[in-house]
Design a protein around this ligand. Structure first.
Ligand SMILES: [Zn+2]
Length: 331
C-alpha cells in the first residue's frame, strides 16, 4: 500500500494521517474503524513504514529497506503487532500486559515505538481496562494504532481517547484492484464485484468453485440460446437448474444472465470498459450483429421479470423454462 493508493481509496483517513506525519503532529492513539476489507491494516503498516523507512521517496516509504521489510513481516522490534492468538476469540489481558512491558523499555533502535492492535473489539474487558491506562498516560514517542471492524463493541472510554479514522467501503473499482492484487482470476473478479459491490463477499465468490462453474454455465447457456430456445432448453434441465439449486444461487444465475445482455448493450454504446464478461468480448461482439439495443433492453426486462417470479416463490425450473422461451423469442 502506498499513500497514493490510500488517498484514492480512503481520502479522509489518508489526508489526516499524512498531514500529521508531515507536521510532526501525530496523535498518541488512532482508532482505524470501518468494514472489513477497507484497507485499515494496510494503512497502519504504511504509517509505520513511513515513520521508520530509511530511504523514503516523496514521502512514500520505499518498501524495500530493512525497516520496511521487517515491518511488513512483523519483525521490527519497535513496531509491535497484537491480535487474537490463533483461533482465540479474544485479546487477553496478558497480551496487553506484554505490550505494556515492551513499551516500558526504551525503543530499541529509534526514539519511537508503534503498536498495532488488530481486531481491537476482541479485547476482553480486563484487556481494555489495561489498555486504557496505557493510552491515558502515553510514553513519549509512542503511537497506538487500534484497528476494528466493529467500533460499537469497544468501550466508549477507549474510543474517546483515540482519534477515530473511519474507513469507508471501497468503490467497485478499488475492490476489483484489490482482488487483482490478490491474484484472483480477472474473469471471476468482474462479475463477483458487480454482484456484491463488497470486498469480503466478492472475495468469497472468487474463491468458490461453484461460482466459477456457474459463470461458465451461463456462458454456455448464452451460446446455445443464441442459436434457439430449443437448443438451450436441454441445458436448463440437465445442468443449469440442478446447479443453481437454491433461490440465492438462482438469483446469482439470473444476475449473470442480466450482465450478459448489459454487456451487449455496453458494446452497442461503445463502452467496452463496462463489460463484465471481458474474456467473452469476441462472442459478445458476434452477437451484436443479431441483437439491437432495443432487443438487449427487452431481454434485460424479461430477466428482471424472472427475478420477480423467483422472489414470488415460483418454482425455479418453471421460471427458467419461461425465460429461455421468451429470450429465444426475441431473436
Ligand atoms: Zn523503506
Amino acid at each position: 500500500m502506498s499513500w497514493k493508493t490510500l488517498d484514492n481509496q480512503q481520502k479522509t483517513a489518508a489526508r489526516v494521517l499524512r498531514h500529521a506525519v508531515q507536521r510532526h503532529e501525530l496523535a498518541h492513539a488512532y482508532l482505524l474503524e470501518g468494514p472489513e476489507g477497507t484497507g485499515k491494516r494496510q494503512a497502519a503498516l504504511l504509517l509505520a513504514q513511513t515513520l521508520f523507512c530509511k530511504e523514503p521517496r516523496d514521502g512514500e516509504p520505499c518498501g524495500n529497506c530493512r525497516n520496511c521489510r521487517r515491518i511488513a513481516s512483523g519483525n521490527h522490534p519497535d513496531v509491535i503487532r497484537v491480535r487474537p492468538e490463533e483461533d482465540a476469540a479474544t485479546i487477553k489481558k496478558e497480551q496487553i500486559a506484554y505490550l505494556m512491558k515492551e513499551f516500558s523499555y526504551r525503543s530499541v533502535e529509534s526514539a519511537r515505538k508503534v503498536f498495532i492492535l488488530e481486531n481491537a473489539e476482541k479485547m476482553t474487558v480486563q484487556a481494555e481496562n489495561s489498555l486504557l491506562k496505557f493510552i491515558e498516560e502515553p510514553h513519549p514517542g509512542t503511537l497506538a494504532l487500534l484497528i476494528t471492524d466493529h467500533i460499537h463493541q469497544l468501550l466508549d472510554t477507549i474510543i474517546s481517547r483515540c482519534q477515530v479514522l473511519t474507513f469507508v467501503p471501497l468503490s467497485d473499482q478499488a475492490v476489483e484492484e484489490r482482488l487483482f492484487q490478490e491474484h484472483q482470476p480477472r474473469s471471476l473478479v468482474k462479475p463477483a464485484v458487480a454482484l456484491t459491490h463488497d470486498y469480503k463477499a466478492a472475495a468469497a465468490l472468487c474463491r468458490d468453485e461453484w461460482f466459477a462453474e456457474a459463470r461458465s454455465q451461463v456462458i454456455q447457456l448464452m451460446q446455445r440460446l443464441h442459436l434457439s430456445s430449443e437448443a438451450a432448453l436441454p441445458l436448463i434441465y440437465e445442468k443449469f437448474t440442478p446447479n443453481f439449486d437454491n433461490v440465492q444461487r438462482m438469483a446469482i444465475g439470473l444476475d449473470l444472465l442480466l450482465f450478459w445482455y448489459r454487456d451487449i448493450l455496453s458494446l452497442h454504446l461503445n463502452r467496452p470498459e463496462a463489460v463484465i464478461f471481458e474474456d467473452q468480448t469476441e462472442t459478445l461482439r458476434e452477437q451484436l450483429f443479431r441483437f439491437s439495443q432495443e432487443q438487449a433492453v427487452r431481454a434485460m426486462s424479461l430477466i428482471l421479470d424472472a427475478r420477480r417470479q423467483l422472489d414470488a416463490h415460483v418454482n425455479s425450473l418453471s421460471v427458467m423454462e419461461w425465460l429461455v422461451i421468451k429470450l429465444g423469442g426475441i431473436l
